[in-house]
Every structure is written in structure tokens, then in C-alpha cells.
Design a protein around this ligand. Sequence first.
Ligand SMILES: [Zn+2]
Ligand SMILES: [Zn+2]
Length: 409
Amino acid sequence: MAGLAAALVQTSNASEASPNGRPGSYLLRVPPSSGPAGPQRWFVSDEPHRFGYGWISGTIGAVLGLAAFCAAACLAWPNVFTTPWLGAHVPTQLPIAIAAAALLAIACAGVSAWLRHKKTLAVLAAGSGLLAAIVLALAPETAPSTSPRRGLGLDVFVLQLLAYSAVFVPIERLWPRRPEQPTFRPEWWTDFAWFVSSALAVQLTTFLVLTPGTALSAWTPPTFMQAIRALPWLVQFAAVVVTADLVQYHVHRLCHRVPWLWRIHSVHHSATAMDWLAGSRLHVLDALLTRASVFAAIALCGFDPPVIGAYLVFVAAQATFVHANVAWRLRWLEPWLVTPRFHHWHHAADAAFVDRNYAVHLPWLDRIFGTWNLPATEWPSAYGLVGSRGAQGFWAQLVLRSEPAAKAK
Ligand SMILES: [Zn+2]
Ligand SMILES: [Zn+2]
């Protein structure tokens, strides 16, 4: 550990408060990771991502195969793997779509295996496509007459996987902020585990998020609710965004200031690379606290449920987009709506930017409350925690394991 100790650059005594006011935090030049470990190393390769090298076919095949396998599992065992919202709306053409996706995945696997030296994507595409066909054969021919009550959200996972990878993977490959950063970067596996787990647990977390707000909404005076719902749809939507981000801003700021909340929220800041998947690294307690607080506020105001539904789609898309590895500057939008560059600075491994840019939607909230900091044109040079790497890996982060202290030999 001598190298680690030598890399320690204390700006003050370690027992003193850090520039960001967090006890025990000090500037540390974190040595570069020694390379990917665990299953993610199977995906890391020096081969190009561009057309003609089997990466595009392999990735499309792997996503389609995985989605087909999960969708087939939802059909075969709906009570275990589907949510009541989606389980009740199974399209009759779904088995044909699954079979087509499985076949396409196997065809893509063939192309990728032919063009690419590293066969992980080809094996994953072919294996998941074959498994999807086998599970589809096991599925009953008719959909169950009753919708499931307590299934895991595998159906939510499939839809999110297809939608996000169809939108964000091409954007990040065509207009990357960091072209050298591969899609299957180091720590990709950790963030994917957070992505999967949040989808699977969606029923439980939705229940916990909605319960306080639903109880509180009984206190809303009926005349106030009627007045709110009489407003035009767009006005209500704008009001939901302002209300939600006001609450989110202060909860987020508390998460940076209160030590035990910071311990939970620091999981999100431990990501050392930004892309659409990095936003999934959010501890379940962090997600519950923020979302339950936001929902309580908008439920208390009595907004129309379809407007709240539209806001949920908007927040899911924007929260993913602001983490993306995309070079879009969006200068005209920057003063009004949070952009990737604004949120990337919130994740910067730079003491000057610690505890800045809390807003998720409206950057002018940071101006009002004195926490706005955005350089004219630059992007951060590094991401992650200032003074620590944080716990490494999904399970260590889930149990909020603290990083072992650096020791000299
Ligand atoms: Zn934060
Ligand atoms: Zn973030």
C-alpha cells in the first residue's frame, strides 16, 4: 500500500474538515484501477466499436437475445416475473415477436463471431437467443386470465433495456463526449447490476414511494385540487416539474450535508465514468427517499394523474440523459434545463465543484440557492468521489460498506 500512501495529497490535516465540509474527507489522487475484474472483463476489448468489427452486431444480438429470453420467462412464469400493470396487457403477437427476436439474436451472433476476435457478445447473443426459444416452447399457449400480484419486474427490465439501449447506445457511439470510453467500460457490470435490481424490485419500491404521498393527498382541500386540475395541461406539467425539482433539490442538498445520508448518496457519486448506465448506480434508500418526497409534494398539490404520469416519463428520460457520455453542449438550453454538461460537473472529481449543481431539471434553482457552478465551455476531466474511491462492486455498495482506510506498508 506504499504507492497508495504516496499518492495521498492532504490539503489539510485528515482530522480537519475538508473543503466540502465532510468530516474525514481529503484530496486523494486515486491511482488508476488495475483493470476490470469479475464478469465485466469478459466484455472489455481493444477491438474497435465501429461498423465491420462485429461489435454492433454482437451488441444488438446480445440485447435482443436477453430481451427475448426475459420476455419468454415472463410468458412462461407470469406470476413470478411480471408486474400487474404490464402482465394485464400482454399483446397476442408477443410470442411471434419473441421468436423473431431470438432468431435475429442468433443471426447477429453468427455475424459477430465471424468479425470479432473476442466472442463474449456472440456467445451471449446466441446463448440467450437459444434459451429464449426453449423457454418460449415451455410457455402456455394462452395468457393467464388473472393478472399477477407480486411478480418481479422482469417485464419492466425488458422494456427499459430495449428502450434505453435503442436510444442511448447509438447516441453515445455517434456523438461521444469521450470517444475512447467503450460501452462495456470498467465498472459497467456494477451499474448494470443496479439497473437490473431496480427494475426487478419495482413493485416494492413503487409501493413504498406512493404510500406516503397517497396518505398525504387526503389532506388536500377539494377546492384547491379542483382549481389545480382546472389549469391547462401544459401549465400543470410545468408546475409539477417546478414542484418536483424544488423538493428534489433540497433532499439532494441534505444528502450531501448530513453524514449518514451522504454515505448512502455517495454510492451514486462513486462512478468514475459517465454514461446512460451510470445514472442507475443509485442506492435503493437514496431512490426511495428522493422519489417518496417528490411524490408526496406533487400528490399533496392534487395534480391530474395523467400529468403526473407524463412527468414520470420525463424524469426517467432526463435523469438518464444527463448522465450520458454525449458531447452535446445544448448551449441554448443550458440556462433553463439541466444538460449532461451541468450534471457531469455535479459528478466531477474536483474539490471546486463539490456540493454544486444539485438540480435535476432546472439549473436556475442552483442560481437562486447559491450552488450553481458551470464553466463556460469545459467538461470535467475526471469523475468520482473526492478523497476516496468508495465501495467497489454492487454488493459492497448495497450494504454501504465503507472503503478500507489506506495504510502504508
Ligand atoms: Zn449528488
Ligand atoms: Zn447523477
